[in-house]
Design a binder for this molecule. Sequence first.
Ligand SMILES: NC(=O)c1ccc[n+]([C@@H]2O[C@H](COP(=O)([O-])OP(=O)(O)OC[C@H]3O[C@@H](n4cnc5c(N)ncnc54)[C@H](O)[C@@H]3O)[C@@H](O)[C@H]2O)c1
Length: 254
Amino acid sequence: MIRVLVSGAAGKMGREVIQAVNQQSDMQIVAGVDPAADTDIQGVELFVNLDAAIDATKPDVVVDFTHPNAVIENIKTCLAKEISIVVGTTGLNEAELKLLEVEAKNKDWAAIIVPNFAIGAVLMMRFAKEAAQYFSDVEIIEYHHNEKKDAPSGTAMKTAEIINQHLTAREPVVDDSFEIIKGAAGAVSGKVRIHSVRLPGYVAHQEVIFSSLGQNLIIRHDSTHRKSFMPGVLLAIRKLPALKGFVYGLEQIL
Ligand SMILES: NC(=O)c1ccc[n+]([C@@H]2O[C@H](COP(=O)([O-])OP(=O)(O)OC[C@H]3O[C@@H](n4cnc5c(N)ncnc54)[C@H](O)[C@@H]3O)[C@@H](O)[C@H]2O)c1
């Protein structure tokens, strides 16, 4: 039985993870951590502090869906205690992660960091990689609910990173002098412009628009419910014992 602790247990994703884990026969929730909640979540014992929760409940795995400001501290706590962690939180600080990677080298420990657990989003990135080899112009539009704490989304940044590695025909985007209102043409990531829409009617959606003279290829993915992320989260929990160090992306374990 895999003992799972959910960090961010009272949040939108944390609650989905608790429900999904509870439906599995090979894993169980041992505790939740969330400083914002003062009552049980679906009968799960809640702590305000990850350190104390790990000591009290001895989980095999921590699953983190918290906040960009909290996640690095949580990874550090898990690394110090050698409890492996599934990280779904986005907006991570790359420089801090690099430092932790060095520290993790000699430990019997793993962290899997996944900007998007939906299989459709993984395929969207794979298809974007393929298309990037044939098109010279591309922009990304990502749409999320208006409570999202970071922009652009982790998925958009990961997609841009992949495209930047394969889109060779175009110079980096630098000219924004045509913008009458600053930001109108989106943020610039290497050779890719990213536009972030934040509205209450969305969950998580993205369009990658490849373009050349006279044609556009649009690759679109829609997560219309947070349940779309759960098969990926459960897979990561099950695969974690076989991993070591930092692993980036669901595609590494599919
Ligand atoms: N990887 C993916 O597939 C995926 C999918 C959806 C959302 N996300 C990301 O997951 C994160 C959470 O999203 P959400 O919609 O559930 O947000 P949310 O705001 O609904 O929930 C976050 C919860 O974390 C709690 N929290 C804050 N600091 C904490 C700490 N130090 N320890 C424990 N809990 C803490 C908050 O009180 C809150 O209840 C965001 O970064 C979001 O972008 C990732």
